[in-house]
Write a new protein. Structure first.
Length: 93
């Protein structure tokens, strides 16, 4: 089927359950095979400044420490570093 456009998504979103059921009853091929649809990646509004992707080498101990609590380890590492920067800045001013 391919990638759906924003107008496709708006049109589909505006359809009622009755509209969908009627169209399927009239022509079963109207119902798309949703397993073949490539939905566009849509991100919500960014509430924090976006981050820059970098490659960095860290010791196994550092990675283990931040990964041990599961998903979000990169955010935890970023937050930890930000705290250290702010503490350092406050001591130097």
């Amino acid at each position: 089927m391919g990638t759906l456009t924003k107008s496709d998504l708006k049109r589909i979103d505006a359809m009622t359950d009755e509209d969908i059921a009627r169209q399927i009853a009239e022509d079963p091929d109207v119902a798309p095979d949703m397993t073949t649809v490539n939905f566009p990646r849509v991100r919500g509004p960014q509430f924090q400044p976006t981050k820059t992707s970098v490659t960095i080498r860290l010791s196994d101990e550092v990675i283990f420490h931040f990964k041990k609590d599961g998903k979000g380890w990169q955010t935890r590492l970023n937050d930890y570093l930000l705290e250290k920067i702010k503490a350092s800045d406050s001591r130097n001013h």
